[in-house]
Structure formats: structure tokens, C-alpha cells
Design a protein around this ligand. Sequence first.
Ligand code: SF4
Length: 480
Amino acid sequence: MATETILHRETTTLPHPHPPKSPRPVGGRGLLPKYVSTTNACKLCKPLGACLAFRGIEGSVPYLHGSQGCATYMRRYIISHFNEPIDIASSSLGEKNAIYGGGANLKQGLKNVTDKYQPQMIGIATTCLTETIGDDLNLIVHEYRKEAGESAKMPILVKVSTPSYSGTHMEGFHAAVLSVLATLCEETPPNGRVNILPGFLSPADLRYLKEVLAAFALSATVLPDISDTLDGPALDEYQLIPAGGTPLGEIRTMGGAAATIEFGSTISDKESGGTFLEKSFGVGKQRLTMPIGVAATDRFFAALAGLSGKATPARYAGARGRLIDSLVDGHKYVFGKKAVVYGEEDLVVALAGFLAEIGVQPVLCASGGKSGRLKEAVAAVTDGLCEVAPETYDDIDFHEIESRATELAPDLIIGHSKGYPLARKLAIPLIRVGFPIHDRVGGQRILHIGYEGAQHLFDRIANAMIQVKQDSSPVGYSYM
Ligand code: SF4
């Protein structure tokens, strides 16, 4: 069952057997005490995030241990955003497996995928069903290897536990990255490279990121890298496994890198690939807010300058200068406007910082994630920039976002396509960012990061505000 269809709304006529003693100060359920569960989640399914991460690794096939519906739902979601085909294998469990276990199906599926795709790696993620019935993934894969025999030619098998009832797609994404690192990384002599753990960025962001690293003359491993695998050129023939992704050979040597840069303001040490590399191989890490907006991009470029010993290349210094100039030119269209921001926690933090620095007040910052660090992270990036501290809620759903947003009367909302009904209801613009974007083309081409990304976002926001004014004018205007 897809998370967006989990609609267990408590009836308002029957008292809840265990009513909350008092509303939580931060968190979705506390906003509307009559509702104890989710109405239109502001997060996606945990193994979906794992599949996206696995899709960013060279020669890899994502494989769900569960029923077919989960794979179909995830493929549907991913294809709708990226407009690219994505194969997600499934162990295709039925009713009997729910009782007797899915081990036999998992093994048969691994064999089929190996025969048909000849992948270099299979990324196996569990689902709600297989976590609930208690299938032991480690044991089943161990048995599969043993039964196949030592000499069998087998892809690398990476396993990750992703019960969606206890997390978000971003937790699944980070868990998959961590599992890839734990499976593949080896003791390696120092190689002077830089590891970049970008989190879930768009293909356009990843391409930009690699250009920036090259401009600083840094040899880097970006893990994962969906820039080609989920945004490739048109081909005459369908490729079972698209070209691109982080090379397995590079992942193996990430323990020998000089440093790791990890984007993320709410990621915990437990789920952090950067912390894993630091603890296991002594690779020093810098954890940065996603480089969205001037200040966050400055910090990222300063980190690269420190690692490379080079000043910011002229083309990026020029882009920064043009961005500042455009902020001066356009501030009158955006200054004092109020925005609602929602989505993945790290994206919400970075966007809140960007909005605050361009003079837009982020009045509500919301996420379905519940790291427990969102409020603090939003406060850190908006400190000194907002007259009123943004209201920040984690573990929130769209029903609650709507309730709060209606009171706060924002001028715009910024987030993925799931906020469209709210934007329509409030009759305000939706600036589409992040994932998923189902109702526009080009979600994979949105550039969020760097000076250029900030420029695109600023222009879109300023033009949206200009259009509102233009549309609401009785006569309209064509010249400013
Ligand atoms: S893993 Fe769980 S939440 Fe995700 S599609 Fe399957 S049943 Fe739905």
C-alpha cells in the first residue's frame, strides 16, 4: 500500500481509547489532536528511497523483497518524475509467502535477475510485508550464496532493511548508501580523492556538482549519482541497465579519500555514510547544509577551496556576482512575502535559509520526517534573517499543513507536486522543487544548488509574485 493512501482518520464521534494528554509542542499530531494518524503523508515510502540510491550505482539493479504492488507503485512514482524507465525487480510474494515466508521467492528472484540482467550489483531492500512477517534477509542471502556454491558468478549483493511503517524515503535512501559503503569499501592507501555524499539531488544538481568539482581540479567520488541513470539521452534500443552511476571501483576506494563532504542538516551519525567512513577508515568529514542559496553555497565553495588549495574559479565568482545583482534588482518583488516550505527535512532546511536571505519569510517549515533535528536546523539557517522565527513541524501530514497554512495566509508555497491541492485551494503559486514532481515536465532538470541554482529559484519566485500582481490587477500591465 502506498503511503499516500494510508488514510486511517479517527472518527470524531468516538473517543480515542488512549487520548494524548497534551498536544506535542513540535510535530504533526499535536496540531490537530482529533487526528491520530496520517492524511496524505508528507513523505514517501522507505524502500523507494533505497531504490533511488541503488539506481545511482553503476551496473546495479534495485530489487524489492515484497509483493509486486510495492515495485509497481515505486516505478510509477519514479517514472512520473524522471520520465525515464526504471526496472525494479521484486520477489513477488503472494498470500502463502505471508504465512510461510518469502525466502524461496527471494532466492529464485535473485537468480532470475542475475541471469536476465547480468548486473554488477543487486541492491535488495525489504518492504512492509517482509519486515512484518520477519524474513531474515541476511540469512536468506547467506543460504542463497551457499546453495549457489563458491564458484558461482554472482553480482555483489547489498542488503538494506527498509520497513516503510517506521521511516521515510530519505531514511531508506541514506540506509542504502550506508549499506553500499559497508559492503564495498576496503582498506585503501591514501588516494587524495574527495568523497561527496550529496543526498537526494536532481540529475541537474549532480551534473552541476561534478562540474564544480572538476573546476576546482578535485578528483571526487559522488555517491550515489543518478545524473545519467535517471536522466539519460534517447536511445534506439532499451538498455536493461542504463549507463552511468557511481563506479563500483571508486566506491571500493572511498576509505582512502582525503575527505568526505556530506550534505544534510538533519542526518544522524547512525545513518551517515560520512560518519561510517570516518569511523572505519579515518576519513575526515564536513557536513554541510545543502548548498541552496548564497550563504550555503559560499560555505560549500569555501570547503572546496580549502580541500583544493584553489580560489573559487572565475566563472562561479561571476555567477555569484550576478546573483547578488539580481537580488538587489528584484528584492522589491519578493521582500516581506510569506512562504510555506515542505518536503524532505534537509531540503526544507536549505530552502528556509535561502528564502530568509532573499527577504521572504518562511512562516511554516514542514516535513513528514521526524529526525528530531528539523526545528534546530531551520533556526540555525534563519537566525538573524527573519523577524519572526518560522513555525517548524516535523512528523506532519498535508491535512495538518493545510490547517496551519490557511491561518498563516502565505503568498506562496514551495515544495513538490503533492502541495498542488493546497496551492490551488489557497489560490497562491506553488514553486515546484525536489521530488516528486508529477504535474510538470522537467523535474529532473531543476537546478537547486549553487549560485546558478539560487538564481533559477529566485527568478521563479520573483516572477511568480509578479504574475500574481499582474493577474489581480484590473487592467494588467506589460512593462515594469
Ligand atoms: S513498502 Fe510499504 S509503504 Fe511502500 S509501497 Fe510497499 S506496502 Fe506501501
